[in-house]
Structure formats: structure tokens, C-alpha cells
Design a protein around this ligand. Structure first.
Ligand code: PLP
Length: 388
């Protein structure tokens, strides 16, 4: 048996590697607390679960879905975008379901990139922005997100050569892993840049509903001209505690969505219709209270972690969005990986090394807030004892 050479191009998926390490520790009897993966610990809101229960008992949902999606799903996304983001979408051509944002982002690479092409990928960034281009036979070109630039890429720093072979640009605010929100004017810069270069802008909007301190994250598509140059990938996973459900949508440029559709008809058979119906329920104003409640819980956890880190001398800012704290590695460690290894070995706490999200993540670590309060408190106390 000989897997393809393509597989040798990508490192093992970060969380697969972490899961293996944690399983080994637990098997050895260590009480490991994982603050690694961003997977909400609270249940999916009852109104969504109930909509799913009803939908799954309807036989009309049991057959192959169409890849274009149910008309009522597309209409619900369009209504939500109008209500939430003040963005107008044609449900017939500018909305399509996806089997999670991960599937969508990966498949956009296959739909748009040929060998020799490039994708401009935020660094640090969600690993699929680099793994996707590589698996498509193309090259990721990294756009550094630096703390001193509010974790915003400098589009003018992209070389002419890279610009000319790039066909996609991946960016994401509120941002994983840095927790940064979009810098005013950046989306406008992306529209100008992509218009001038014919690059498809792909805004990964996985965290728009998870924000704090009164901040409301905008849609990229609310930027004038954005729909001409780009798409946005919206996910139900984080905002509605639905990571296991695999519910997302691509919205925006109709020609780009059409290319994605053409690819997908050859790869998968669409999003289970019962999940589309549950997704509709999530987007109704009736679910707003659940989202608010979750955000209040994360804000409390965020403050708990930020205070604990500051108490041990870590210079960290409370993020306005996402479920992550991004913090500099304390002095005395060669790399983020070395620090995370130390924390796992000595405190039994899993945190993610920044370098796993790209070279510019080096020197940072990421803590996810998706762990029950008592365990999170125990974890930060262990970090405190380790430092003290
Ligand atoms: C930035 C970003 N995009 C996409 C995803 C994946 O979302 P989904 O569960 O919809 O595939 C994640 C998950 O962690 C993420 O952090």
C-alpha cells in the first residue's frame, strides 16, 4: 500500500497529534485538562435540538439533499444576513450550504487552484488555509499577522510574483488563533486589492457571533464591492454550540459559489436536510438569547484566564471575540512547543503552541475557553503553581 505523495506535503493535523498525547497521558493515570481544541462544552440550545428532532422524523428529509440546499435554508441565511449584518443576498444564487466551514474552505482550494498557483494565507491561521493549497498542488503564501499591526496582514508587503500567481486570499475576523477583531479599513483594503488583482477573497466568518463587551463583528460582505470580489464562509459550529452537526454556508459572489457547487457535485452529496432545518431554527431571533448567554459565560471565563495569566506576569489582552486567549510564551523557553510540552508534563494541562498555526505564531500559546468553569479554574491554578 502506498498513499499519495500529496499526503507527505502536509504535517499531521495539529489536534490529531494533541489528542494522541492526551490519550497517552490519561492512559498513564494523569488527570489532564485540555484547553487545546476550540470545541464548545455547552449543549446545543434546546430550540435547535427540538427542530432537529422534528425534522429527522419527517421522511422528506431522509433522501439525498441537493447540493444547492433547501430553498427555505437559503432564504433563512439571506434573512439572517439582512437582519444581523445589513447585507443583501440573493437566496437563489448567493447562498449555498456547506458541510462545515472546514469542508468549504478546503474545497474552495480544489475549485480555484492549479499546480503553480498560490493562496495568500493568514499566518498564524486556521491550518486549512495552508493545508488546503498544498493538497490542491498549489502553494500557500503566508501573510504575517503581527501583534504590533493588530494582527492585520500588510497587503503591500506581498511580492509582485506572489500576487500574480495568487488566486485566493484567506482571512478571518474575529480571528483564530489571535482573538483579534478586524482593524477598521482592512476589509476595504482587501476589496481594493482583490479587485486590482482578480484574487478571490475568502473571509472565514466562523466566530462572528462570539463577541464581548458590546462588540458586534461585521460581515466582510457589508464592505462596498465585497460581493464582486469575494465570498464569506459562515459557520454554526461555535456560535450555536454545533461543532458536531457540520452546518455552514458559503455566501457572496455567485460565480465563485457556482464553481464550488460544480466541484461539490463530484465530491459529496450535500448537507443532510434535517440539519438544514435545524440550522434555520438557529438563525431565528428566538435563538439570540442562547447566543447572548453563551457569550456572557465565555466573557467570564476569558476574564478568569486573563487575570490568572497576568498574575503570573504574562502580558495578555482580553480579546473582544472568539473563544481563545492568545498570549506570549513566558521567558526562558526556546519555543512555544517547548513551553506547551512543559505545561503538559508538569501541570497536566493542554495548551496549543502558536507555531502550530504558522511561523508567526511562534512565541505565543493559545488557550481555548471551551472547558467547564471548575476545570478551567483548576487549570489556571495549576499554571499559577507551575510559574510560582
Ligand atoms: C477560523 C476557523 N474556521 C473554520 C473552522 C471550522 O469550522 P467548522 O466546524 O464549521 O468546520 C474553525 C474551527 O475551529 C476555525 O477556527
Amino acid at each position: 500500500m502506498k498513499p499519495s505523495k500529496r499526503l507527505d506535503l502536509i504535517p499531521p493535523y495539529l489536534f490529531a497529534e494533541l489528542e494522541r498525547k492526551v490519550a497517552a497521558k490519561r492512559a498513564a493515570g494523569v488527570d489532564v485538562i485540555s484547553l487545546g481544541i476550540g470545541d464548545p462544552d455547552r449543549p446545543t440550545p434546546a430550540l435547535i435540538v427540538e427542530a432537529m428532532q422534528e425534522a429527522v422524523s419527517e421522511r422528506e428529509t431522509h433522501q439525498y439533499p441537493s447540493n444547492r440546499g433547501r430553498p427555505d435554508f437559503r432564504a433563512a441565511v439571506s434573512d439572517f444576513y439582512a437582519r444581523r449584518f445589513d447585507v443583501e443576498l440573493d437566496p437563489a444564487t448567493e447562498v449555498m450550504p456547506a458541510i462545515g466551514a472546514k469542508e468549504c474552505i478546503f474545497n474552495l482550494n480544489l475549485a480555484f487552484l492549479d499546480p503553480g498557483d498560490a493562496a495568500l494565507s493568514a499566518d498564524p491561521g486556521y491550518p486549512v488555509y495552508t493545508g488546503g493549497p498544498l493538497l490542491a498542488g498549489a502553494d500557500p503564501v503566508l501573510m504575517p499577522l503581527l501583534r504590533e499591526h493588530d494582527f492585520t496582514p500588510d497587503l503591500m508587503a506581498i511580492s509582485d510574483k506572489d500576487r500574480d500567481r495568487a488566486k485566493l486570499m484567506f482571512f478571518n475576523y474575529p480571528n483564530n488563533p489571535t482573538g483579534a477583531v478586524v482593524r477598521p479599513g482592512f476589509f476595504e483594503d482587501v476589496v481594493d486589492y482583490c479587485r486590482a488583482t482578480n484574487i478571490l477573497a475568502v473571509h472565514d466568518n466562523a466566530y462572528s457571533e462570539t463577541t464581548y463587551d458590546g462588540y458586534r463583528a461585521p460581515s466582510f460582505l457589508a464592505t462596498p464591492g465585497a460581493k464582486e470580489v469575494g465570498v464569506e464562509v459562515f459557520s454554526w459550529s461555535k456560535g450555536y454550540n454545533m461543532t458536531g452537526w457540520r452546518c455552514a454556508a458559503i455566501v457572496g459572489n455567485a460565480a465563485a459559489i457556482d464553481a464550488y457547487w460544480k466541484l461539490k457535485t463530484n465530491i459529496d452529496s450535500g448537507l443532510f436536510e434535517a440539519i438544514q432545518l435545524a440550522g434555520i431554527a438557529a438563525l431565528s431571533p428566538d435563538a439570540d438569547g442562547d447566543v447572548k448567554e453563551m457569550n456572557a459565560l465565555y466573557a467570564r471565563r476569558r476574564d478568569l484566564v486573563v487575570d490568572a495569566l497576568r498574575a503570573i506576569g504574562v502580558d495578555v489582552k482580553p480579546p473582544k471575540g472568539t473563544i481563545y486567549i492568545w498570549a506570549p510564551v513566558p521567558a526562558g523557553f526556546d519555543s512555544a512547543a517547548a513551553y506547551c510540552e512543559h505545561v503538559l508534563e508538569e501541570a497536566g494541562v493542554v495548551i496549543s503552541p502558536g507555531g502550530a498555526y504558522g511561523p508567526n505564531g511562534e512565541g505565543f500559546f493559545r488557550i481555548s475557553l471551551t472547558t467547564p468553569d471548575d476545570r478551567l479554574l483548576e487549570a489556571v491554578q495549576r499554571l499559577g503553581r507551575l510559574a510560582g
